[in-house]
Design a protein around this ligand. Structure first.
Ligand code: 3SL
Length: 234
């Protein structure tokens, strides 16, 4: 039986051998939810970048430059990190270079994996179906916040473990912890997350509607995959 494990923070990724695994990177609020939304709405590709400066340089190569630091759009960039910025017709066919505080850092740290997929509640069932068909062992990498764990990414990990539970074996205890968390939160995730650090941070920035949107299950049936250095639809 294939195995599943959950890396609760990118700072722990050195503990895992990713070379034979399909890695699902998740940053529910809001980077991976944004990436799923953008690709579902027709963006051609997204280059996830760890460095703000390198991302800025992509402007001269014809890319839209997008991203945030500490939740706020980077000054001089074209777009920020709200999924609502990636739904209009005019984003179709765009190539985007994207940098965020945690999400794109987690993708960078996952490089070396056999495959890297982008997960969110928005495409939870699509990711589940793909993983059920695949023979690879699975690692869910939670982006967290600046090296610390967070509730929302752990919840997603638990939801995915729960969906796959009859077909996979936990490699260690983190999948069981995440699943228990998800089971106690699933009936009202908004309420469960209301006291979480990032929800409070986003609320302080007057970012409210993104939170509910990012917790919507299965709005999109797409799977972003990293091919070379860019995210495209599978
Ligand atoms: O850290 C990240 O990658 C972002 O998703 C954080 S924020 O929601 O834009 O603040």
């Amino acid at each position: 039986m294939k195995t599943i494990d959950v890396c609760l923070s990118p700072e722990l990724i050195h503990l895992y051998d990713v070379s034979d695994k399909t890695v699902v990177v998740v940053d529910i609020l809001r980077a991976t939810s944004c990436m799923v939304t953008a690709l579902a709405h027709g963006v051609e590709c997204i280059i996830p970048m760890a460095s703000e400066t390198e991302c800025e340089r992509m402007k001269s190569k014809g890319y839209i430059i997008s991203g945030e630091r500490n939740g706020q759009k980077i000054q001089g960039f074209d777009k920020g990190n709200s999924p609502f910025e990636y739904m209009e017709e005019d984003i179709r066919g765009l190539k985007i270079a994207f940098t965020t505080t945690n999400g794109t850092q987690a993708i960078e740290k996952s490089k070396g994996a056999k495959k890297i997929l982008i997960g969110s509640f928005l495409n939870l069932s699509a990711i589940t179906r793909y993983l059920l068909m695949s023979d690879d062992n699975i690692l869910i990498v939670c982006a967290g916040w600046k090296g610390k764990l967070n509730l929302e990414d752990s919840l997603f990990a638990g939801a995915l473990v729960d969906n796959l539970r009859k077909h996979i074996e936990p490699d260690c205890d983190a999948p069981m912890i995440a699943r228990e968390l998800y089971l106690s939160a699933k009936d009202d995730m908004m309420k469960f997350l209301s006291a979480s650090s990032h929800v409070k941070r986003l609320n302080r920035l007057n970012i409210h509607k993104d939170i509910e949107f990012c917790l919507t299950p299965d709005l999109y049936h797409v799977i972003p995959i990293l091919k070379r250095d860019r995210l495209v639809l599978l």
